[in-house]
Design a protein around this ligand. Structure first.
Ligand code: GTP
Ligand code: MG
Length: 184
């Protein structure tokens, strides 16, 4: 069974742990227990009639954990970048999260962008979001994958499993194409 190591990234409080718990079938908690350093979980998922094992690294979003966080990126196949649709600053900060990801993995890797808390009123301008995705796509033009965006809610469960399948497919395609790239 293919094993994909993925990191959950984004500012403190955007909902990374809540999305992970929802994906693991553990429901939703409204209280905020901030992640210290990193948390780890494993979950299997069937994508296109094949089983995949996801090793999920849920990293602490709070700034004070930035040094310890860098230990966990190595060997990641992909990432889930999460922002909070009620906090525009958390979207702009994804720029820094991408840098931290690519620097610590040592290369660009596939990722999906999630606008979480879709059950609450949105405060992000559509245009800002589209610009961000467009700019991100341009950055990774030299490697073959399309960036996908989804609105999610750890509370309602909207698109949570979908987010992991979408990333899983991107990683699979990327690994297949990347091999061709290297042997051509
Ligand atoms: P750090 O561990 O500090 O990096 O934060 P985190 O990204 O793991 O955030 P966490 O999952 O702990 O969620 C923070 C708060 O937001 C908690 O109170 C959650 O209940 C709440 N929350 C998370 N996702 C959602 C969502 O989709 N909708 C709503 N309404 N609240 C959410
Ligand atoms: Mg957390």
């Amino acid at each position: 069974m293919p094993l994909y190591k993925i990191c959950l990234l984004g500012d403190g409080g955007v909902g990374k742990t809540s999305l992970r718990e929802r994906f693991l079938g553990k429901g939703f908690q409204s209280g905020y227990i901030l992640t210290i350093g990193a948390d780890f979980a494993v979950q299997n998922l069937e994508i296109d009639n094949r089983q995949y094992k996801f090793q999920i690294w849920d990293l602490a979003g709070q700034q004070r954990f930035s040094a310890v966080r860098t230990l966990y990126y190595k060997g990641s196949h992909g990432a889930i970048l999460v922002f909070d649709r009620t906090r525009p600053d958390s979207l702009y900060n994804l720029e820094n999260w991408k840098k931290e990801l690519f620097n610590n993995v040592g290369r660009q890797v596939p990722y999906v962008i999630l606008g979480n808390k879709s059950d609450l009123p949105n405060t992000i301008e559509e245009e800002e979001l589209n610009n961000f995705i467009e700019k991100s796509q341009q950055e990774i033009q030299n490697i073959p994958f399309r960036i996908k965006y989804l609105n999610t809610s750890a509370k309602s469960g909207e698109n949570v499993t979908e987010a992991f399948s979408v990333l899983g497919r991107s990683i699979k395609d990327f690994i297949e194409k990347y091999k061709q790239f290297q042997t051509n």
